[in-house]
Ligand binder design. Structure first.
Ligand code: NDP
Length: 241
């Protein structure tokens, strides 16, 4: 069996996911770029000699096909990074104006997408020794606890569905960590602050466009301890929301 670690990153055709994919490849892993968009994912994979696999985290068939491809190529997955996520946009999330379709869409990607992908890839993660799952959460998942009533912060544009989906993802992470520790699979989450990706600019946040925070997350992933502890890793990232 090849000793090179096999990593799969979802939503890796741009933004933080692309930076994580590149960062893991720089650290010697064989990286699979999972994404809905074939052209951009192949471009990202081409930068470091990785592979691209079509992967829509909201689509059972797409996820099943991705599992079949990865099984055929490598027979296992050492690192799964559940990065794909959406904000839901700047409307339909404020209390009093909540659009349930927006809430459903956000949870379908940010929470159910992680469950769908994790469950589907578990057999391949179990084929690896000391596999890891890393969920990309968000600093907004805990910010509401810290801010004073009525205090506004940038993420108030995405004030209900998005932070709630990421808070649920945090709990999901803890539950999977506890359950999978016995299988030797470590499950963690990282919770970045605001990063200047398309995600942020679409919400009207003007941040310096940089992939550095994503690369920072990749360093974080590469330094998660080898022995699974069932621990939950919270990283508030360099820039608070
Ligand atoms: P971007 O909007 O730049 O990229 C989002 C990525 O997710 C894209 O590759 C997109 O693919 C993919 N994606 C969305 N829906 C699906 C789907 N159904 N199936 C597969 N891929 C999908 O966002 P970021 O890079 O900034 O965000 C990445 C992660 O980081 C998200 O989980 C986000 O919540 C989190 N995060 C971001 C922060 C920020 O400030 N940017 C802060 C904290 C956390 P496509 O190109 O096809 O749309």
């Amino acid at each position: 069996m090849s000793t090179t670690k096999i990593a799969l990153v979802t939503g890796a055709n741009r933004g933080i996911g692309a930076a994580i994919a590149e960062g893991l490849a720089e650290r010697g892993m064989t990286v699979i770029v999972g994404a809905r968009d074939a052209r951009s994912s192949e471009r990202v994979a081409g930068r470091f000699g990785g592979r691209a696999v079509p992967l829509d985290v909201t689509d059972d068939t797409s996820v099943r096909d991705a599992v079949a491809s990865v099984r055929q190529w490598y027979g296992r997955v050492d690192v799964l990074v559940n990065n794909a996520g959406i904000s839901g946009g700047a409307t339909g999330q404020a209390p009093g104006e909540v659009d349930l379709a927006v809430v459903r869409g956000v949870f379908e990607t940010n929470l159910f997408g992680v469950v769908r992908v994790t469950e589907a890839f578990l057999p391949l993660l179990r084929e690896a020794v000391g596999a890891r799952i890393v969920n990309v959460s968000s600093g907004t998942s805990s910010l509401a606890w810290q801010s004073d009533p009525g205090r506004s912060f940038a993420s108030s544009r995405i004030s209900v569905a998005y932070p709630a989906s990421k808070a649920a993802l945090n709990m999901l992470t803890v539950l999977y960590a506890k359950a999978l520790a016995a299988d030797g699979i470590a499950v963690n989450a990282v919770a970045p602050g605001a990063c200047g990706t398309d995600f942020a600019t679409a919400l009207g946040l003007s941040l310096e466009r940089t992939a550095e925070q994503g690369a920072g997350i990749a360093v974080h992933l590469a330094t998660v301890p080898d022995s699974p502890t069932g621990a939950f890793l919270q990283d508030d990232g360099p820039v608070p929301w």
